[in-house]
Each structure stands twice: as structure tokens, then as C-alpha cells.
Design a protein around this ligand. Structure first.
Ligand code: PNS
Length: 162
């Protein structure tokens, strides 16, 4: 049984994230999507909301489950006996992602594989989506209809400004 973890903030989950999770699920028997709970207070959605969004987005993939984690990702991997971290990689991500991958391996022996982001989502990020939503732009191409609606509602509720 091969297992991998797909970690992230997912604030909110985009088509780019789901593409990486789906492609990881094609490579491993079991995939745990790990939603980081120890993020900054400026997150748009609560950890529980982000888990619910991902559960909906991943519902069609039988080997995929979603969990919350806090603390070090490698401790989560160790507790669950998951030997591989799978992360999507966009053009500008290399320096940051490589440092994290090397640090995680140094800390624990858990290795990281990178899934190149599909070209149609390579410029999409949750932070850009939040900014566009806040400024009244169209975020519908990048998110499921339901997550897009929740995002629009939340930026209005929170009165988020850039
Ligand atoms: O969506 P992101 O920003 O790519 O997610 C980053 C995340 C949550 C995967 C990363 O920040 C993380 O692993 N946080 C947990 C704390 C941790 O293990 N830090 C040490 C990293 S070497």
C-alpha cells in the first residue's frame, strides 16, 4: 500500500490544488490531504471550512481523505506512517519548495515529490484569488461554483481590504 500526503493551506482550494491531488491519487493507493491549521489569523476560511471544501472537492476519488494538522508536517507524516509528501510546483515555487522539501527530509527522512502544475492552472494561487475576489473581479474560472460563492460571501462579510 503506497501512501502520500498532499499538504497545504487551501485558503480557498482552487482547481490547481485539486488537479495536483487527483494526479497524486493516480500515483499512490492512498492520499491524505492535510490542511494546515497553524496559519496566520488573516486566513479567509477557518480550518474546518477548508476541510469541508476539500472533502466536497475530493469526494469522487476513493483513495483520498482529508485531515486537519497542526504543528510540524513531518510529525503528522510520522504519526500516520506516510513516507511521501506530494506538492504541486509552479514556476516561481522552486526556491521555497526545495528548502521545505530538504528541511523535511533532514528532520524526518520523509521525502517530497513535486507534481508540475498543469499549464492551465500555473498562474493560479489562493492569494491571487482572494485579492481578485476582494476587488470584485471574476474568480469563477479558478474555483468550484460553490467555493467561489463562499469566497465572494466571505470577503464581503469580512470586509477584507488589500
Ligand atoms: O499552501 P502552502 O502555503 O503551500 O502550505 C504550506 C504548508 C502548510 C504545507 C507548510 O507551511 C507546512 O508544512 N506547515 C506546517 C509547519 C511545518 O512543518 N513547518 C516546517 C516546514 S520545513
Amino acid at each position: 500500500m503506497t501512501r502520500a500526503v498532499c499538504p497545504g493551506s487551501f485558503d480557498p482550494v482552487t482547481h490547481g490544488h485539486l488537479d495536483v491531488i487527483e494526479r497524486t491519487a493516480e500515483l499512490f493507493d492512498e492520499v491524505v490531504v492535510a490542511v494546515g491549521a497553524n496559519m496566520s489569523k488573516s486566513a479567509l476560511f477557518t480550518p474546518a471550512e477548508r476541510v469541508a471544501m476539500l472533502q466536497e472537492g475530493c469526494a469522487a476519488w476513493p483513495g483520498v481523505s482529508v485531515s486537519l494538522f497542526s504543528g510540524l508536517l513531518v510529525d503528522f507524516c510520522r504519526e500516520r506512517q506516510i513516507p511521501v509528501i506530494s506538492k504541486g510546483l509552479r514556476q516561481g515555487d522552486v526556491d521555497y519548495e526545495l528548502s521545505m522539501a530538504q528541511m523535511n527530509r533532514r528532520l524526518s527522512g520523509v521525502d517530497t515529490i513535486f507534481v508540475p502544475t498543469s499549464p492551465q492552472w500555473s498562474y493560479v494561487s489562493s492569494s491571487l484569488v482572494r485579492e481578485i475576489a476582494t476587488l470584485g473581479g471574476d474568480i469563477s474560472p479558478f474555483l468550484s461554483a460553490r467555493v467561489a460563492e463562499q469566497t465572494r460571501e466571505r470577503v464581503v462579510q469580512k470586509g477584507v481590504t488589500f
